[in-house]
Design a protein around this ligand. Structure first.
Ligand code: PLP
Length: 445
């Protein structure tokens, strides 16, 4: 393990960003990526590359993990996405075992061929009932669902009006579908309206999709969904809401912000992921008509030309819905919310700033990437697993730690997380402030 008190960190490892390597020049596709690796490795050799880690025993509240060089650390885990702690729930494990007995482990085909199972069909129905939407189509991942629903429906002459902070799967789907993309400032409905009005003033023949999230994955905030849906009606546009981070885990009944805002069954298109709350890979799109579902099934290529979710995944998510709708689900959500509120309070009490509204995402502001990297360098030593978030997940200069809360974190885990992050932050700030600023500024520029 690296000694975090070692101050001889090259400024280039604290500066720079993945943004610098998005567009590479050079005639050889493979050779030209070396520059990224050199920068990454400089960070790695200085203990400043906290990505691509692996756990030894799964996403438990306290766990052991290794970095991508094999260095081991142990600590309280606020870096995993298992919001209701279902990944080791005995009934979920039994559902997985039972599915293995019944189906084997592989779906062995696209859902348009024979990749579906009794469980995956039942899961589609269950999600539809849960969201009060008529039809649901499963996808192999949430990413595929977000990308696929946009690319599947929007054509090059159509328009997409989207929140500037929408998830990459939505941004990439939009770019793949059309050049006519208009980003509105995060959560700014007036700005959204201005785009809709400008587009409709010029084009009444082609379609518009408006894209947002139920709960933003880096900022933990939420749009006014009813107002957005009204706006869409006014301009004959279609609303798509990504509920990856709130479905199942937020709201008394687990319906997330769509439920909290009394919009069940009223949003045009809902897409979600199973990877945060439902203990599995996979995703879905919910819509209101069979014709939309059938069109997506055959024209949304990640649903058509990719294998169906495995029978084990389908059985696990089906069981997760059963738990989520039970009294136990309610208690798990209550425990999660207690933990969220407590962590936010402890972080604030320590003088650090958290983003947004209470959700399983507790993002702690750092700002400068250099400072955030120095904090991350200390976390293995103090015993905290938390994800450093920097570009491309957030804008440059908006680095943060995203702590993800689980229902089975204890109050002690939470206190330790806040206290350890604070200790690392204080030490790192002192080190950061003592660095030769001109050199650093040049590296960061
Ligand atoms: C808002 C949002 N949408 C979609 C996804 C993709 O989900 P999955 O992990 O199932 O591919 C994520 C996960 O990072 C997300 O945060």
């Amino acid at each position: 393990m690296l000694d975090s008190a070692n101050n001889n960190i090259p400024p280039a490892a604290l500066g720079g960003s993945m943004r610098d390597f998005r567009v590479l020049k050079g005639e050889n596709l493979l050779d030209r990526v070396d520059s990224f690796f050199q920068w990454q490795d400089l960070r790695r050799q200085n203990g400043l590359w906290p990505f691509s880690r692996s756990t030894e025993g799964g996403p438990t509240a306290v766990c052991a993990a290794r970095d991508d060089q094999g260095n081991r650390m142990e600590g309280v885990n606020f870096a995993s996405q298992d919001y209701l702690s279902l990944s080791r729930h005995p009934e979920i494990l039994n559902a997985a075992k039972d599915a293995i007995e019944r189906y084997g482990v592989h779906s062995a085909g696209s859902p348009v061929l024979v990749g579906n199972t009794v469980d995956s069909i039942a899961l589609e129905r269950r999600i539809g009932t849960f969201l009060e939407m008529e039809e649901v189509l499963l996808y192999p991942t949430g990413w595929a669902a977000g990308f696929g629903v946009i690319k599947g429906l929007v054509r090059s002459s159509d328009h997409i009006v989207m929140d500037a902070l929408a998830h990459t799967c939505l941004q990439e789907g939009a770019k793949a579908a059309t050049k006519n993309i208009y980003q509105f400032r995060h959560l700014d409905l007036d700005h959204c309206r201005r785009w809709l009005s400008a587009v409709r003033a010029k084009d009444t023949r082609n379609a518009i999709m408006v894209v947002t999230e139920g709960l933003f994955s880096m900022d933990s905030d939420t749009p006014d969904l009813a107002a957005m849906q009204d706006l869409c009606r006014e301009y004959n546009a279609t609303l798509l809401v990504d509920v990856a981070h709130d479905l199942g885990c937020l709201g008394d009944d687990g319906r997330g912000h769509i439920g909290l805002q009394k919009m069940l069954g009223k949003v045009d298109l809902v897409m979600g992921s199973f990877s945060k709350t439902f203990a599995s890979n996979g995703g879905f799109v919910a819509c209101k008509s069979r014709s939309v579902k059938e069109y997506l099934r055959f024209y949304s290529t990640p649903a058509t030309f990719s294998n169906a979710v495995s029978p084990v995944q389908a059985a696990v998510v089906l069981k997760a819905f059963e738990i989520i709708e039970s009294t136990e689900g309610r208690s798990l959500r209550a425990a999660l919310m207690r933990n969220i509120l407590s962590l936010r309070q402890h972080v604030r009490n320590a003088g650090m700033e958290v983003y947004g509204d209470p959700s399983a995402i507790v993002a702690v502001r750092m700002g400068s990437e250099g400072l955030a990297r120095l904090v991350s360098r200390r976390l293995p030593e103090v015993g905290l697993l938390a994800n450093l978030v920097e570009f491309p997940a957030v804008g440059k200069g908006a680095a943060r730690f995203r702590l993800q809360v689980m229902a089975n974190h204890t109050e002690q885990d939470i206190q330790q997380a806040a206290q350890r992050l604070h200790v690392a932050y204080l030490d790192a700030s002192a080190e950061f402030d003592a660095l030769p600023q001109p050199e650093l500024e040049m590296a960061i520029a």
